[in-house]
Design a binder for this molecule. Structure first.
Ligand code: NAP
Length: 381
C-alpha cells in the first residue's frame, strides 16, 4: 500500500485524485489531507478515507472541524499544517495540488523529507524551478508530472534518448475566449472567463487558460521538468484537448499521447508509474470525434504567453514575479476589482519595474513574490 498525502484535497485535482484512490483502495492509503476552507467537503473526505492527519487554512477552521468530527484525526492549520501533512512519516507520495505560490513551501518540505511528488501545482516550478529541481536531485526523489501536457510529454519520452529530442510541442485549447479578438475582451465577464471549452478545473487555472498565462507557465514548467531550452519548447493551438502534447525527434517522428480530457488519467499514471492499471471512465472514440483541429498561436492575441517566454528566458526572479503579479491580478479579477482584459497589462508593468536577482535563494524568492504582489495591488488600486 502506498501512503498518500493530498495537498489541496478539496480542489479539482484533489477530488480527482481521491476518485482514483477510491477505485484502487487495495493499492493506496490516504495518510494526510490538506485543504483550505471547504470544510463540508473535507469533512466528507475524512469520513470516507480516514486520514491520520489533516490541515486547513486557519486555526478557527481547525477548531470548527474538530467539533464536527466524532473521531477527529490530528488537525493542524496554516503553512505549518501543510508542511506537516506533506512530511508525515507514513507518506510515500505527495500529490501537490494546492493552487498558486502557497504550494511551494510544502512541496519543497516534502522533497527534503524524501517523498516522491506528483506535481499539479505548476506555480511551484514557475516561481522556484531551480530550487525545486536542485532539491529533487539532492534528495533522489521522483517528481512526476500531473499536468496533462507534461504527463503526455513524459509518457512520449519513455524509452527515448534525451539527445534525440528536437523539440516539444505543448497543445493549448485557447481557453474560454479563443473565438474572440483581443479588442472584444474589454466587455467579457468573469462568469464567461470561467467557462473553459473542454476542462472542468479550479477558478484560477481556468482564468489562466483564458489569458494563456497557463500555457506560459507550462512552458516554464516543461523547461524545468525536461531540462530543455526555451527555444525547444513550442505551443500549438488544439481545440479539442484530445492530443495532450507531443515530442518531435531529430528524425522527424512525432510521438504524442491522446485521451479524453480527464485528469484522472495523468494523476493515476503519476501514482502508479511505471506501471499502468485499469481506470474506469469514458474512452476515446476517435471515429466519433471525426477530426482534430490545430492552429498556430497568434502571439499578439495572447500577450501572456510572450511574457512567460521572456520571463523564463531571463530567469532570476523574473518568473517568480510573473507568477506573483499574475496571481494578484487573477485574484482581483475573481473579486471583481479588475477587468479581465487588464491582467496582462498589470503583469507586464510589474515585470518592467522589477530588478531581477540571478541565482535567487529561497529568501530572495519569497521577497520577490511579496514585492510583486504589493506592486500589482498598488497598480490595481
Ligand atoms: N484542475 C485541473 O484540471 C488542473 C490541471 C493541471 C494542473 N492543475 C494545477 O493544479 C493546481 C490545483 O488546481 P485546481 O484546479 O485543482 O485548483 P482548485 O480547484 O482551486 O483547488 C485548490 C486547492 O487548494 C486549496 N487551497 C487553496 N488555498 C489554500 C491555502 N491557503 N491553504 C490550504 N489549502 C489551500 C483549496 O482548498 P479549499 O477549496 O478547501 O479552500 C483546494 O483544495 C493548480 O496549480 C493548477 O494550475 C490543475
Amino acid at each position: 500500500m502506498k501512503g498518500i498525502s493530498i495537498l489541496g484535497s478539496t480542489g479539482s485535482i484533489g477530488t480527482n485524485t481521491l476518485d482514483v484512490i477510491r477505485q484502487h483502495r487495495d493499492l493506496f492509503q490516504v495518510i494526510t489531507l490538506a485543504a483550505g476552507r471547504n470544510l463540508p467537503l473535507l469533512y466528507k473526505q475524512i469520513e470516507e478515507f480516514r486520514p491520520k492527519r489533516v490541515a486547513v487554512a486557519t486555526k478557527e477552521l481547525a477548531d470548527e472541524l474538530r467539533i464536527q468530527l466524532m473521531h477527529p484525526p490530528e488537525i493542524l492549520y496554516g503553512e505549518e499544517g501543510l508542511i506537516a501533512c506533506a512530511t508525515h512519516g507514513e507518506v510515500e507520495f505527495v500529490v501537490a495540488a494546492l493552487v498558486g505560490f502557497t504550494g511551494l513551501a510544502p512541496t519543497l518540505a516534502a522533497i527534503e523529507a524524501g517523498k516522491d511528488i506528483g506535481l499539479a501545482n505548476k506555480e511551484t516550478l514557475v516561481a522556484a524551478g531551480h530550487l525545486v529541481m536542485e532539491a529533487v536531485k539532492r534528495n533522489g526523489v521522483r517528481l512526476l508530472p500531473i499536468d496533462s501536457e507534461h504527463s503526455a510529454i513524459f509518457q512520449s519520452l519513455q524509452g527515448e534518448r534525451r539527445e534525440d529530442i528536437l523539440r516539444i510541442l505543448l497543445t493549448a485549447s485557447g481557453g474560454a475566449f479563443r473565438e474572440k479578438r483581443r479588442e472584444e475582451l474589454k466587455n467579457v465577464t468573469v462568469e464567461e472567463a470561467l467557462k473553459h471549452p473542454n476542462w472542468k478545473m479550479g477558478a484560477k487555472i481556468t482564468l489562466d487558460s483564458a489569458t494563456m498565462m497557463n500555457k506560459g507557465f507550462e512552458v516554464i514548467e516543461a523547461h524545468w521538468l525536461f531540462s530543455l531550452p526555451y527555444s525547444s519548447i513550442d505551443v500549438v493551438l488544439h481545440y479539442e484537448s484530445i492530443l495532450h502534447s507531443m515530442v518531435e525527434f531529430v528524425d522527424g517522428a512525432i510521438i504524442g499521447q491522446l485521451g479524453t480530457p480527464d485528469m484522472r488519467i495523468p494523476i493515476q499514471y503519476a501514482l502508479t508509474y511505471p506501471v499502468r492499471i485499469p481506470l474506469k471512465g469514458g474512452r476515446l472514440n476517435l471515429a466519433q470525434i471525426g477530426q482534430l483541429t490545430f492552429r498556430e498561436v497568434d502571439a499578439e492575441r495572447y500577450p501572456a504567453l510572450s511574457l512567460a517566454y521572456e520571463a523564463g528566458e531571463q530567469g532570476g526572479t523574473y518568473p517568480t514575479v510573473l507568477n506573483a503579479a499574475n496571481e494578484a491580478a487573477v485574484q482581483s479579477v475573481l473579486a471583481r476589482r479588475l477587468p479581465f482584459y487588464r491582467i496582462e497589462e498589470v503583469v507586464a508593468k510589474v515585470l518592467e519595474r522589477h530588478s531581477s536577482i540571478s541565482h535567487p535563494s529561497l529568501t530572495d524568492i519569497l521577497e520577490a513574490d511579496r514585492w510583486a504582489r504589493e506592486e500589482a495591488q498598488n497598480m490595481i488600486g
